[in-house]
Write a protein that binds this ligand. Structure first.
Ligand SMILES: Nc1ncnc2c1ncn2[C@@H]1O[C@H](COP(=O)(O)OP(=O)(O)O)[C@@H](O)[C@H]1O
Ligand SMILES: Cc1ncc(COP(=O)(O)O)c(N)n1
Length: 286
């Protein structure tokens, strides 16, 4: 069924910040579009979504992935783009080369910030991006304001595990060569001698290090989705990139510190975490 949704130019400028996630559904609710929308809501942003695929997933793993036709992805994007003033876009699990190429094409004329979370493998070890989609993904980085790989994704893309100041910049340079404006190399999977977890925001001009105590938890499902959508929420509020990343890490850290008690598997970050009155994120430490 094809439909043309109604939607004309707004009579007045939109005042509620609006962000869009283009990603896949995690039926269990810990990661994917569900984590993105919960995070955006929690951070005071009206979130829209373009669904690329639906995973049958719970706290123990991914049982299957059902990919939407590319026309369905394009129709969702067109419906949103025609009507809403989209302040920032997050890309999550795009599943296939066709999904990546369609999304890249949809965003060709979008001139707001685009944060790409290059989701490839779930915390549970299940493949979320077909291996023949890597080249299309690398082409997509040319449209990215920020790419947020974890250490495994960075290693799969560049052949190097980013874990020292020197190799972090070398890995980031590969992303700059591919056309990305900035890279956030996430350190959740990297052991450190002092028990901290370190994320690195690298731009062509500078490297900012964010160091936090490592939380002793297995319930990390959804942490990467939460971080990238929190960054996008803050960008939709008008933050600059460094401020958005600082807020995003602080919210993710809070959500990790009090995991959701749901499901029979290792568990997920908790988007319902009590942030306390007047919550403000801690200062960056690096
Ligand atoms: N055990 C932990 N303690 C504190 N922060 C963590 C922990 N695990 C992950 N993080 C944070 O969660 C975010 C996502 O990191 P990571 O787990 O590397 O990505 P992904 O979820 O994509 O695999 C980062 O900000 C990272 O520092
Ligand atoms: C639909 C979807 N998107 C993203 C992830 C990655 O999240 P995680 O690495 O925490 O499993 C996931 N498991 N499912």
């Amino acid at each position: 069924m094809t439909e043309t949704p109604r939607g004309t130019a707004s009579p007045a400028p939109q005042t509620t910040p609006y962000a869009l996630t283009i990603a896949s559904s995690d039926s269990g609710g810990g990661a994917g579009i569900q984590a993105d929308l919960k995070t955006m809501t929690r951070l005071g942003v009206y979130g829209g979504s373009v669904l690329v695929s639906a995973t049958a997933q719970n706290s123990q793993g991914v049982a299957g992935t059902h990919v939407l036709p590319t026309e369905a992805v394009r129709a969702q994007f067109d419906a949103v783009h025609r009507d809403f003033d989209v302040g920032a876009v997050k890309l999550g699990m795009l599943a296939t080369a066709g999904g990546v190429e369609t999304v890249a094409d949809c965003l060709r004329d979008y001139d707001g910030p685009i944060v790409v979370d290059p989701v490839m493998v779930s915390t549970s070890g299940d493949r979320l991006l077909e291996t023949d989609a890597i080249d299309a993904y690398i082409d997509l980085f040319a449209q990215a304001t920020l790419v947020t790989p974890n250490a495994d994704e960075a290693a799969e893309l560049t052949g190097v595990v980013p874990n020292t100041p020197e190799n972090v910049r070398a890995v980031a340079e590969r992303f700059f060569d591919w056309g990305a404006d900035a890279v956030l190399l996430k350190g959740g999977h990297v052991e450190t001698a002092d028990g901290t977890v370190v994320d690195w925001l690298v731009t062509p001009d500078e490297t900012t290090t964010y160091t936090n105590p490592r939380i002793d938890t297995e319930a990390t499902h959804g942490s990467g989705c939460t971080l990238s959508s929190a960054i996008v929420a803050r960008l939709a509020h008008g933050d600059n990139l460094a401020s958005a990343v600082q807020h995003g890490i602080a919210f993710t850290h809070a959500a990790l510190s009090s995991p959701a008690d749901v499901g029979t598997g290792p568990g997920s970050v908790n988007h319902l975490v009590d942030l306390g009155d007047g919550w403000t994120p801690p200062d960056e430490t690096g």
